[in-house]
Design a binder for this molecule. Structure first.
Ligand code: NAP
Length: 242
C-alpha cells in the first residue's frame, strides 16, 4: 500500500491557507497545519480536516522565528517528509515608502522571505533524499506589478517569485517541482478593509476571488496531473494583471 502523503501548509489558520489545507485533505493529504496565534480559528480548520478522514497536526509558530521553526519542525522531519509544502504565511503593512518605518519594512520582508528560507530549507533537504516533492509559494499580483503603498510587500513577493524560479532549477532533477501562485484580490481578513467600490473597476471580472479559487490551483499543482510544471507563476486574479 502506498504511504499516505503529508502536506505542510503555513499560515493555514484562516483565509487562503485554510482553504488550501482543507482541499488538500479532501485530496487525501494528512496536514501539518501552521499558523501564528489564533488557536480557535486553526482548531476549526483542523476539525474540518479531521472530518474529511485525514489527520491534522497543529503547529503554532511564527515562520520568521528561526528557533520556533526548529523547535516545531525538527522532531517531525526526523520521522516524516511532507510530499507538499505550501509557503502561504504572509502579512501586509501598507504605507507609502516615504512614511514606512524600519519595522514595517522588516516585518513584511521577514515573514515572507526569512519564513520561506527557514521552512523550505529543512523540508527540501528531506525531499531531496526522497527524490520527490512539490513546493507551492503563495506570492501576489503585487510581486508582479507595482502597487502604491506596498513597496515592502511587492519587494517580498517579487523576491519569493525569484526564489521559486531558482529553487525550481536547483531541484528539478530530483523530481521536486516548485511553483508560485500569484493571487489578485481574494476575500479574506487581509482584504476586508479594502473599499471594493474603489478596486472593482480595475478587475476585469468585477469581483474578488475566493480562497477556494486559489486552493484549487494549489491542489492541482500538488497532484499527479501537474507532473511537468515547474518554475512557473500562476496568476489567480480575475484578469487584474495580464
Ligand atoms: P489572512 O486571512 O490574514 O491569514 C493569514 C494566515 O497566516 C493566518 O492563519 C495567520 O495566523 C498566518 N500567519 C500570519 N503571519 C504568520 C507568521 N509569521 N507565521 C505563521 N503564520 C502566520 O491572509 P490571506 O489573505 O489568507 O493571505 C494568505 C497568503 O496569500 C499571504 O501570503 C498573502 O500575502 C497572500 N495573498 C493574499 C491575497 C488576498 O487578497 N487575500 C492576495 C495575494 C496574495 P494567525 O491567524 O494565527 O495570526
Amino acid at each position: 500500500m502506498e504511504e499516505s502523503k503529508i502536506a505542510l501548509v503555513t499560515g493555514a489558520g484562516k483565509g487562503i491557507g485554510a482553504a488550501v489545507a482543507i482541499e488538500l485533505a479532501e485530496c487525501g493529504f494528512d496536514i501539518w497545519l501552521n499558523y501564528r496565534s489564533d488557536h480557535d480559528s486553526a482548531g476549526y480548520v483542523a476539525e474540518k480536516i479531521e472530518k474529511s478522514g485525514r489527520t491534522c497536526i497543529k503547529l503554532p509558530f511564527d515562520v520568521a522565528d528561526a528557533d520556533a521553526v526548529h523547535h516545531s519542525l525538527d522532531p517531525l522531519l526526523k520521522k516524516d517528509t511532507p510530499f507538499a509544502l505550501i509557503n502561504n504565511a504572509g502579512v501586509t503593512r501598507d504605507t507609502l515608502l516615504a512614511l514606512m518605518s524600519e519595522e514595517e519594512w522588516q516585518s513584511v520582508i521577514s515573514v515572507t522571505l526569512d519564513g520561506f528560507y527557514r521552512i523550505t530549507k529543512p523540508v527540501v533537504k528531506n525531499m531531496l533524499k526522497k527524490r520527490k516533492g512539490r513546493i507551492v509559494n503563495i506570492a501576489s499580483t503585487s510581486g508582479q506589478s507595482g502597487v502604491p503603498g506596498q513597496v515592502n510587500y511587492s519587494a517580498a513577493k517579487a523576491g519569493l517569485i525569484g526564489a521559486t524560479k531558482s529553487l525550481a532549477a536547483e531541484v528539478a532533477r530530483r523530481n521536486i517541482l516548485v511553483n508560485a501562485i500569484a493571487p489578485g484580490f481574494i476575500e479574506t481578513g487581509m482584504t476586508s478593509a479594502i473599499p471594493k467600490d474603489k478596486v472593482l473597476p480595475a478587475i476585469p471580472m468585477n469581483r474578488f476571488g475566493t480562497p477556494e479559487e486559489v486552493a484549487h490551483i494549489a491542489a492541482f499543482l500538488c497532484s499527479e496531473k501537474a507532473s511537468y510544471i515547474t518554475g512557473q507563476v500562476i496568476a489567480v486574479n480575475g484578469g487584474l494583471y495580464m
